[in-house]
Write a protein that binds this ligand. Structure first.
Ligand code: NYM
Length: 212
């Protein structure tokens, strides 16, 4: 992606198991950043509002059956269809807080047994996050929180596999936050980490592509 020295928004991704608290933390963070006067938007993947997203939603709610490779590519396509909007927003100075991204794509599909390199390939060229906040919780603790919905993947045994696959993939852009702590403590740590990254992006940190 072209280098530019102008102030831009940060791409901040939240990852973690189902019930790790991503959605609550993303919501709290966005309100906080808005309160500070930042231009910020909350995004999530899958984005179920698009036509690709509706196919994904039907699969997740067991209304359709799809081959594992096919659903993997749909999740990826769902990110590609938002890519140019993402670039536009970031360059215009808007910070995006994104609930799940390519790491979910790879962790969930490799947990099903798909090949890692194959899973990564369709993600190449998407915008690389400036920061990945991994909300770390054991699958057992997450399950205790209750409220696994009836969606596909929301089972303890499978979440154990996903957890292992996430851990294999963490890189230097990841910050691991202990998500077993009380919500307010998690929130406080998340705010501090994210603010530092937003400032770095405002100072002209270059936008890069996956996987770097
Ligand atoms: N998921 C999500 C994937 O398997 N691949 C992906 O690329 C993404 C973004 O979808 N169990 C899975 C993880 C979740 C499920 O996500 C729905 P959510 O955050 O519960 O709406």
């Amino acid at each position: 992606l072209s280098a530019n020295n102008e102030s831009r928004g940060a791409l901040v991704v939240f990852e973690g198991l189902d019930r790790s608290g991503k959605t609550s933390q993303c919501g709290r963070l966005v309100s906080y950043l808005e309160g500070l006067g930042h231009s910020v938007e909350l995004w999530r993947f899958p984005d179920r509002t698009t036509s690709v997203g509706q196919l994904i939603s039907a699969y997740l709610t067991n209304k359709s059956q799809l081959d594992d490779h096919t659903i993997h590519l749909l999740f990826s396509a769902n990110r590609w269809e938002k890519r140019s909007m993402m670039e536009t927003k970031l360059k215009a100075g808007t910070t995006l807080i994104v609930d799940r991204y390519s790491y979910s794509g790879v962790a969930f599909s490799t947990a099903k047994g798909l090949d890692f390199e194959w899973c990564k390939a369709p993600e190449i060229g998407l915008i690389a996050p400036d920061l990945v906040v991994y909300l770390d919780i054991t699958p057992e603790k997450a399950a205790e929180r209750g409220g696994y919905g009836g969606e596909r993947y929301e089972q303890l045994e499978f979440q154990r596999k996903v957890s292992q696959h996430y851990k294999l993939r963490k890189d230097s852009s990841w910050k691991i936050v202990d998500a077993c702590q009380p919500l307010d403590d998690v929130e406080k740590q998340v705010k501090e980490i994210v603010l530092q990254h937003i400032i770095a992006c405002q100072k002209g940190k270059i936008l890069s592509s996956l996987w770097s």
